[in-house]
Design a protein around this ligand. Sequence first.
Ligand code: UT7
Length: 332
Amino acid sequence: MRPLCPVQISGVGSYLPEQRLTNHDLERTLDTSDEWILQRTGISERRVLESGRATSDMAVEAIRSLCDSTSLDPSDIDLLIVASVTPDMLFPSTACLVQSKLGIPSTWGFDLSAACCGFVYALSTGVAFVSSGMRRKVVVVGADAMSRIIDPKDRNTCVLFGDGAGAILIEPAVQPENCFIDAFHEIDGSGGDSLCMPAGGSLQPANAKTVKDRLHFVKQDGSTVFKFATRKMEEASRRILERNKIAPSELKLMIPHQANARIIRGTAERLNLRNDQVVLNLGNYGNTTAATIPLAMQDALLEARLQKGDIILLASVGAGFTVGTTLLRWAY
Ligand code: UT7
């Protein structure tokens, strides 16, 4: 997917809840250990959203942080896309709730559901709107409160996830050479059962049995997802690099979805990327689903690892299965 006109990311904002949940905290309630979690996933701690607050609150905070770091006035946002699998409720959309909380009367927006690929899919959607001239200032938010849908008694899943939000601004490019280059996307619904939340939708509406059977929590066949993610992260990365004639050595950074350090390191090794070309920050936040890539972008900016003109590869694989890679030249 190549845009009709050059489009850039003009800013990044983020939000992380204050409360930390460390591996040692989890050792107290689960049959697990800091050593197992660290070795198998690379995660040390994650953030947990306080009760009474929801995904829309984190999205609002991330957008406020984006406005603080750019000259964006919230009332200038003409499209708001919220990627999340943990909307405040099934409807109204979280985008509507965010719009109301920000008090921006004349905007448009919607939610996008693609699990861990939510951010890259929403980014491509935003790019399509700006490059076609239909919108000029699009804000894409990846926000997930995974703590709300993980089973605190299931050690297979509850050690993996955390809460957080990241937001970006997409606008027409100021310098046409520093822009979004291309995106590659794919879905494979045959993997649906491997990572899902079985109940709470139209197939199994909430009832006493679904609650008793703990079906409103994330279920994952970790090893199937691991194998698929490992294969597809590399395949989708190679595909977008090759069709744009960019060698891995030309990448300043690969910013991958943060699910497991072993998936990221394995992909980087097979692509012959050096450690300094890869952003790995899940140790501090765990897997925040749609928020991992903008949170990693924010950390890369804070560490001065992103400069104007740098070629960046985003890569993600998630529930669905969903697959997405994005190539861009950093614009500021
Ligand atoms: O973001 C969306 C995409 N998601 C992913 O990409 C996640 C992909 N999957 C993974 O990251 C990994 O498969 C996991 C981290 C979930 C699991 O790692 P693994 O190396 O695949 O472990 P496993 O599932 O094969 O389990 C190995 C053992 C099992 O024990 P037995 O059956 O060998 O006795 C598990 O019961 O580790 C056990 N185990 C644990 N032990 C201590 C599973 N979870 C834990 C735990 N603490 N938290």
